[in-house]
Design a binder for this molecule. Structure first.
Ligand SMILES: C[S@@+](CC[C@H](N)C(=O)[O-])C[C@H]1O[C@@H](n2cnc3c(N)ncnc32)[C@H](O)[C@@H]1O
Length: 465
């Protein structure tokens, strides 16, 4: 025991800095006026680490090498993971009656569906969506490439989500029939069956730190984003900054589902808003004029007027976008790559692939073009093509870090753990001599230090660090 108590910690001169760092890292402004709670959690962590001085603990979590693990451990205690299957039934009814029929009709020709559960905690939310999809739309989506991505800032929650095993309490809003059909009893717990688990993947993502849309993070061109009971802990400014990012991460016509009582709908004025009994839904509509495919809404559903403001310009609009329509100059490779990313951010996968192929037609040895082609193919469900393109990118430029990293992720998802850790180790070897704060080429402003940290995290999870 180190003897530090929450009350002495809360008045320590370094506590305010620690609090600011925690809020900045997690977005959880919730702790701004909860010194007592925060001090209790930090004091417990300090006890675990054997530190009694707040200044030393601050040094530890800011340390670029040792800090990551402790920050993860602290975040694991700070975050609130309250969740259960089919939480807030009205929103699942809206998914079943409004959102999924619309998205499935829209995607009929491409036979793909991409859903993001942001702040998924231990996983019941994305798994509930998977269950709903299979039970209600199983015939319609047979043979489709369905991808549900659950992300969270809490590594412990993510590990439990990947396990997919739950106590009785997680089923407090689930019928016995669904539980029996979709889960297998394991002792006193229930394990989600593989057919409902297979299309769900979990990855670390900090909403307030990791930029999105991001093709590199597999978070671009989504059909549905669900972010419930997460931003309630954030400041209004943070939420204001996040909402346009959600907008950009959706395809045209894509849907955003927030928690039922959050936040102020004024923040969503760039979306079309649909009010249903017990749920407010937001749809991204880019085209002028009436919303596409007007559909009968269930009794009680109230469509609100179209958004008044035009959507903000995309962050990565290429320089030639405003050039006259005549004889557009052939894009230079960098501009061409920006164009691929822009198309990908909008979920225009076929056009993004054609843009990659265009680049490769001009130069088949362009490692960047192969790399982006791999990312696009992965989103399109062509996993074999994705792997081939990643390996080509590496073959053509073995010092290009990101293809090694993505090959690691790809192999990890396929459960090829030794090969995945080899790829991750290649990343660490390539980063070895680079300065911490150097931005990576093509890395969405991710720095060497951040990638090192992320890769270290993956190696920890694989159990290979
Ligand atoms: C109350 S749970 C919500 C779980 C689920 N969405 C639901 O409604 O049942 C909030 C989750 O948000 C996560 N979270 C908090 N801050 C986050 C951040 N900056 N980025 C990503 N996730 C975050 C927490 O770790 C926690 O798992």
């Amino acid at each position: 025991m180190t003897g530090v108590t929450p009350s002495t910690l809360a008045v320590d001169p370094f506590f305010a800095r620690l609090k600011a760092l925690v809020i900045e890292t997690t977005g959880m402004a919730f702790y701004a006026d909860k010194d007592e709670d925060l001090a209790r959690i930090v004091a417990a962590r300090m006890g675990e680490t054997g530190l009694s001085s707040c200044a030393r603990y601050l040094d530890l979590i800011m340390d670029s090498v040792r800090g990551r693990e402790e920050m993860d451990a602290l975040v694991a205690e700070l975050t609130i993971g309250e969740t259960y299957f089919f939480r807030h039934k009205e929103q699942f009814d809206a998914l079943r009656d409004i959102i999924l029929p619309d998205v499935l009709a829209r995607n009929e020709s491409v036979r793909r569906l991409r859903i993001w559960s942001a702040g998924c905690a231990t996983g019941p939310e994305p798994y509930s969506v998977s269950i709903l999809l299979r039970r209600e739309f199983g015939h319609r989506i047979a043979g489709w490439h369905v991808s549900i991505i659950g992300t969270d800032i809490n590594q412990k929650f993510l590990a439990r989500a990947r396990d997919g095993r739950y106590d009785e309490w997680a089923f407090r809003a689930t019928s016995d029939e669904i539980r029996r059909e979709c889960f297998e009893p394991v002792g006193k717990q229930w394990q989600i069956r593989p057919e409902y688990k297979n299309c769900v993947n979990f990855q670390y993502h900090n909403l307030t730190r990791n930029r999105f849309p991001s093709l590199l993070d597999n978070l671009a061109g989504l059909d549905i984003i669900i972010c419930r009971n997460v931003v309630i802990y954030f400041s209004r400014e943070t939420v204001e900054a996040l909402v346009p990012c959600f907008h950009e991460t959706l395809v045209d016509g894509g849907w955003l589902v927030m928690g039922h009582a959050e936040p102020n709908i004024e923040l969503f004025r760039n979306f079309r808003t649909v009010n249903t009994p017990g749920a407010v839904l937001y749809q991204r509509i880019d085209r002028a004029g009436p919303a596409p495919r007007p559909k009968p809404l269930p009794a009680g559903a109230l469509p609100l007027p179209e958004p008044r403001r035009p959507r903000p310009p995309l962050r990565r609009r290429p320089a030639e976008a405003s050039a006259p329509a005549t004889e557009a100059p052939k894009p230079a490779p960098h501009e061409a790559v920006l164009r691929i990313r822009e198309l990908a951010d909008q979920g225009r996968w076929t056009e993004a692939l054609a843009a990659c192929d265009g680049l490769l037609a001009a130069n088949a040895l362009n490692a960047r073009a192969h790399f982006y082609r791999a990312l696009v193919l992965e989103q399109m469900g062509d996993l074999e093509g994705c792997e081939t393109s990643l390996r080509r990118a590496i073959y053509l430029d073995r010092h290009f870090v990101l293809p090694h990293y993505h090959l690691g992720l790809f192999l990890w998802r396929r459960d090829e753990l030794p090969a995945a850790s080899r790829s991750f180790r290649n990343v660490l070897a390539l980063l070895e001599r680079l300065p911490e704060d150097q931005a990576l080429d093509d890395g969405d402003s991710i720095t060497v230090g951040q990638l090192r940290e992320t890769v270290g995290m993956h190696l920890d999870l694989i159990g290979a660090s």
